[in-house]
Design a binder for this molecule. Structure first.
Ligand code: PLP
Length: 386
């Protein structure tokens, strides 16, 4: 029989590294591969599978909706997308918010970038290390030259400043700046948390210059960091919030939410997405939000995050645990994160290594304390045995 690697390489382009596992099913926080092994999923489809795998609420919502009507496009309204948009507006705490639905994080940020052009300004400030997606616009916003440089020229007039450095931001922002885009925590960059007060200071700066503050909550959103969108602990209101990953409860769904005057910048015909607001994805998204609310999974995410942090910090060879809630970056003393991720895989635990000394975990929000303890136990063994 052909290996997973051989089957994969026979059909796919080389844009991804060749995967080691072929996943055939999932249940809760576990995935089953075609090697018959069960894996504890501590990466959750990269922060997408908020309710884990094959959750009854998602199955029910998707089944009902797909048996009713699967797609209508934006030529027509549909009740599910209206319901989800209303819910998202309520979650922002600002009834002046308006939603644009798309299918991914990159598209949500593309939408934000286009929206910012409608201010009449063209300059953008982003952060070094920030990740905003792989399409040309979103890539241009991304402050990682290794991802951008091969695809030059990117969109011009984008200035990248050090993350968490408000002085650098002050130097970069002017009356010509259309938008500033930041993640509340830099996920892809290794789960980097900015100093307290950073988002608040950004809000004040953007107010001073009439610049749109865009919060990319694609990875931090949907309760993962204890709040809906990952910025609320600083008590700010952004002009734009971008969402995807966990938004669809495991289905593809993105949103660009604009608040206040920014909510009225687009005029009919100025932006669109054929699948945006797809009823099946929206039904799944609503089911996910209902479940997160019902079970207070955001509060649980904070508690379990604290539990994981305190346990992991006792392990020799772990020097820091960054992040908030169930988005954590475990910083290792040695540059062997890729090897550790492979050892964990061999022991039946899935994580990701965004750089040479960091293990990122983003388990489903339904993860239990017992599963977290199991993760810590296996992680401890793997670090000890090398
Ligand atoms: C994953 C991610 C994106 C891109 O999302 P896609 O759905 O892959 O396009 C954008 N911003 C952040 C912060 C992300 O983590």
């Amino acid at each position: 029989m052909k290996s997973v690697e051989a089957k994969w390489e026979a059909v796919f382009q080389k844009s991804y590294g060749t995967p080691k596992l072929n996943i055939i099913s999932g249940k809760g926080c576990y995935l089953l591969a075609d090697n018959k092994k069960r894996y504890l999923d501590f990466i959750g489809g990269i922060a997408t599978s908020v309710l884990g795998h094959a959750h009854p609420a998602i199955i029910k919502a998707v089944r009902n909706q797909i048996a009713t009507v699967a797609h209508v496009s934006n030529l027509y309204a549909n009740p599910e997308s209206i319901k989800l948009a209303s819910k998202l507006i309520e979650m922002t705490g600002d009834e002046d918010a308006r939603v644009f639905f798309c299918n991914s994080g990159a598209e949500a940020n593309e939408a934000a970038l286009k929206l910012s052009r409608k201010t009449g300004r063209t300059k953008v400030v982003s952060t070094l290390g920030g990740f905003h997606g792989r399409t040309m616009g979103a890539l241009s916003l991304t402050g990682q030259s290794e991802k951008r440089d091969l695809f030059a020229p990117i969109i011009e007039k984008i200035n990248y400043v050090p993350y968490g450095d408000i002085t650098a931001m002050r130097r970069a922002v002017s009356k010509k700046t259309a938008m500033v885009i930041v993640e509340p925590i830099q996920g892809e960059n290794g789960v980097i948390t900015p100093p307290a007060g950073y988002l608040k200071a950004l809000r004040e700066l953007c107010d001073e210059y009439g610049t749109l503050l865009v919060i990319d909550a694609v990875q931090t959103g949907m309760g993962r960091t204890g709040f809906w969108f990952g910025y609320e602990h600083e008590e700010i209101t952004p002009d734009v919030i971008t969402l995807a990953k966990g938004l669809g409860g495991g289905l593809p769904l993105g949103a660009m939410i604009a608040i206040g005057p920014a909510a009225h910048l687009f005029k009919p015909g100025e932006h669109g997405s054929t699948f945006g607001g797809n009823p099946v994805s929206c039904a799944a998204g609503l089911a996910a939000i209902n479940e997160i609310e019902k079970k207070a999974l955001n509060e649980k995410a904070l508690e379990l995050g604290e539990f994981l942090k305190s346990e992991l910090l006792t392990i020799e060879g772990v020097i820091e645990v960054r992040g908030r809630g169930l988005l954590l970056g475990i910083v290792l003393q040695q540059d062997w994160a890729k090897e550790i991720a492979n050892y964990l895989l061999a022991k039946g635990v899935l994580v990701n290594a965004p750089n040479s000394n960091t293990i990122r975990i983003a388990p489903p929000l339904i993860v239990t304390k017992i599963e977290c303890a199991k993760f810590v136990k296996i992680f401890t063994e793997v670090i000890a045995n090398g």
